[in-house]
Ligand binder design. Sequence first.
Ligand SMILES: [Zn+2]
Length: 325
Amino acid sequence: MLHGVVNNSGDWAPSLHTIAGKVFDNNVQLLSKHYNFITLNEAINILQGEPCLKKNLAVLTFDDGYRNFQMCALPILKKYSLPASIYVVTDNTNRGKYFWYDELDYLLQHYKGKSYEIIIQGRSYPLLINTYKEFKKTYSAVRKKIKRDVKDDYKLSEHINRVIDDLKSQSGFEDTNDGKADSNISILDWQELKILNDEDLVEIGSHTVNHIRLAYVDSDSIYNELYESKREIERQLSLSCDVVCYPNGSFNDEVCQLSKKAGFIAGLTTVTGFNSVNDDLFRLKRIAFPVTDNKLRVMACATGLYYYRDKLKNLFKISNKRVNF
Ligand SMILES: [Zn+2]
């Protein structure tokens, strides 16, 4: 599981979910020596019991549909002939709109003060923005706290839009949300997706209409987010959109049932782990792609060593500080 692949040369770097192009290149080169990368559609057929002689199968998935997939990731994937699938959020694609967490990240990193206080529903979320390291740490923590406190993402985006407007008026960045201003966080438009869809190595799936956490909204909203995104992708790209990737990994039994009802054949979660034949296709597990440039750590992550280490740690309640591998 990946999000953005970036070649940072500008005046800022997104603080969330990115991997440097060079590190991505090195890591896929290493992993391609040990794994057979296949498309998700091939994987689904195998998970349904289709015979397969290959071993050590792996699939690359990119959430959110960033433009940097085309700019940075695809040339590297082509170099090693590796397939991948990307999951697009149709309202953002239609409107050429940044994700709120990226736009907020951008605006805060360009804010002139040393701190900024986000206030939502009377609660204060202070951010330290003196240095990049300090900001990265507090932004990640604040984002998690806000999402914990406001679980309905329709309401959350209203609150955040007010914060974004305030930051824009204070910073003078009136046009940050034209969807194209920054190559780190801009998203693919339909024309670019059409070109990508013609690539043999690329599959395109749904990441809902509005990138909301599906487990926290009512049944009608869940179904609309799933069905309308599938329909829009199929209408725009003339393809069969078979797989949904649940935003923020938020899903439950109802989300799985409604995904099936909307016409999908599989759903991707953010539950860490591996998938086996006859597993539930609407609860497919994934592993975060290793962002480290340490080869041993890359393999420890890909082989599941870290996954099993964390399971053991939880089982025996061992603290992070006492296990260093
Ligand atoms: Zn996402």
